[in-house]
Design a protein around this ligand. Sequence first.
Ligand code: PLP
Length: 405
Amino acid sequence: MMDDHPPREPGRASADLLRPPAPASSSTPLVTPIWPSVVWCTPDADAMDAAYDGTAPGYTYTREGHPNATALARRIDALEGLPPEAGGGTMTGSGMGAITAILLGCLKAGDHVVASDQLYGRTARMMTLELPRLGIETTLVDATDGDAVWQAMRANTRMVVVEVVSNPTIRIADMAGIAAAARDAGALLVVDNTFTTPLGFPALARGADIVMHSVTKLLSGHSDVLLGWVGAKDPRVNQAIREAGETWGTTASPFDCWLGERGIATFALRHAQAQRNAAALAERLASLPGVEAVLYPGRADHPDHNRAAAVLSGQWGSMLSFRLRGGRREVNAFLNAAHEVPFAPTLGDVATTLSHPASSSHRALSEEARLALGITEGFIRMSVGVDDAGAVGDRLERAVAAATG
Ligand SMILES: *Cc1c(COP(=O)(O)O)cnc(C)c1O
């Protein structure tokens, strides 16, 4: 509840309550300490009351907020440009935790949601299986077409949920059209900014009411922590989401937040380097005879290149996909030969990683549905890291040759 305040400087009464007592020091630690305590003590009932109702700064019980969540949330608030009057974003135990808090905090039975038909798999499942169970209808639309979003609006449409860059097809949503449609319909626009990051897409400045992240991915960057973050412009909406997270239990742990803070310190550096590497690897892959097509927004042959230039302002990102010539046999041969480039169904790591949507993220779709999206057996998605792009390129080139030569 009170997670937007730093821990209070203990006064005389509460200093006795610090267990164990903090060692006396005229200096302060450079790095945020880890505060694993699940509960906070106060001198008396009045002080406890004040901490719970927010009239005095302070923590109460860690599901409702803790210093490590505050420290990390304030960094992401700043990156996303969350206005101070919103009251601060909320950390969650995963990206799905952030989605859960948004949906449960803002929707009720009888509401209608318009969502992109190319969302992260579990988010799509939330739209098609979980929301209907709660009496909330969802219409899925092609987010590259702002008019389709417009057409799908109903009198009871309360929310629009989109990702800016689709996974794994790297299509760019019509963000201007979608923001206008949501605004005119009085619906909350939710942007999952995981792929694009605040450096690629300033969601709140471009019309989003709510922005969220799987902090697990690029913001943390080391594949060693599951975390989410959500922030809403309107303090009431922000409060409703935070309360839903506290009630439904989507809280992030202190240690995870501490790791996230450590990761986010290098986010801008990693982002710049990964993006440079991605542009270089996209060019290199496109030059190989065993590669049918490369999908990278920075390339002139990308189907949404012009829109990407406007939406992403030249921040083309670190995600690319390509189609290897051939089917499953060639894909297996490629992955075996490229074994030094990890084959792992996630993204945003410091290392370049490969994934194969047909056997992982998009396995639930029929082959026809996959092909309609352009996801062939040879379709490979690459999350480009900060490693040596020359060396990664050499490995990929050898593996493509070994599989298709
Ligand atoms: C990974 C991911 C999520 C879910 O995040 P978790 O931290 O794995 O729960 C949501 N949206 C996108 C775009 C993702 O890539």
